[in-house]
Design a protein around this ligand. Sequence first.
Ligand code: NDP
Length: 434
Amino acid sequence: LRRNPGEPEFQQAVREVFESLEAIQDRHPEYQDHSILMRLCEPERQIIFRVPWVDDQGSVQINRGYRVEYNSALGPYKGGLRFHPSVNVGIVKFLGFEQIFKNSLTGLPIGGGKGGSDFDPHGRSDGEVMRFCQSFMTELHRHMGEYTDVPAGDIGVGAREIGYLFGQYKRLTNRYEAGVLTGKGLDWGGSLVRKEATGYGAAIFADEMLKARGSSVDGRRVAVSGSGNVALYAIEKVAQLGGIPVTASDSSGYVVDENGIDLALLQQIKEVERGRIHEYAERRGGGARFVNGGSVWDVPVDIALPGATQNELDIEAARTLVKNGVLAVSEGANMPCTPEAVSVFRAADVAFGPGKAANAGGVATSALEMQQNASRDAWSFEHTEQRLTEIMRGIHARCLETADEVGRPGDYVVGANVAGFRKVADAMIAFGVI
Ligand code: NDP
């Protein structure tokens, strides 16, 4: 960790995985003999580049682009691109590190990577976003390929951005290489259910955790944070499972809707109009209200699905949730709960699903998109959703079994970290020192 100063999120993610691995260190001296942990702390390759582009006023803007190709033991580097002003090398490394174990847990042949830029798409015109994406891809394309590195979306990167990125990749390489990016539009190589997959998966994971305790999402009040790709479809799946999603948020505040969030209205405001969350309360009327700032976790609920960003749920929020009787927390976002918050949930015996397990549905469906691209096929919604559901149930079962096996029953954090790690470590040993 001394080699990575000024990267608190990366250190936090590494520390959590290493703590979990203490449960197996005596049984697996070979991991120490092969310096697997030290090797895992160092990405295989990190690319940092200048992204120049011209705004609508004709001024030159400069952003910084990143791609951390973290680990390719199980397959090509796979992980999203994030466009947000907070992006820096430490954030991209933390996300890439988590992605290795998440992708391993899916059981699909994908390695771990992550990338992005400090570019902020909020308030930018379509033309500005397009010129930025084209400039970003002008550098990144030489590092990508369906057998090398396959990016996707993340915060600030949705279907529009993937379209501009794919268009520029195709133009620069003169290849229609559909499997080089995932999250594509349905008319040009995308997969049904990819858009919904992360949010659906996080809700399914919550349901599985509750079922393991003889309960379910049905009839439960659920708080969701965020109102982007993950949050919208977590809300949809919660409602399909019989739960009542009562909140959504963005960086300005949150809304509470006691009648259950009206998904069509929220999608219109967020996906179509790219508006702010207060507009939901204004247009919905009735029982909906907007809270400026504040913490969405103050709302009394049975289940929490954090779906916005890292470290958004701290120790105070966790204590409030526990005081209000929360039963399960399923991380739709990456590392949204601080380590202290996770300790509070553990102490209160709240079922806690860490992001690398609970939000793995998105990358799993990306891998299904790659399968469809490779076979020049397109699957139905029902078939793809069925595959997603099976994958989420499989991940849940693998976490529980592994936690049992290493003497930490019910601990999904340890289960996910150990199960994800073992496959990667064994492959690295098989490949020798490379
Ligand atoms: P989106 O950009 O679609 O939405 C992000 C949402 O979170 C927005 O409502 C945004 O509000 C809010 N948000 C972002 N940053 C902050 C912040 N610093 N403070 C408060 N609110 C914030 O992103 P996604 O839904 O794709 O991603 C959300 C999370 O899920 C991320 O952690 C991502 O890594 C993770 N994830 C996403 C996957 C996917 O398939 N998309 C897969 C697995 C994990 P505002 O618009 O105001 O910024």
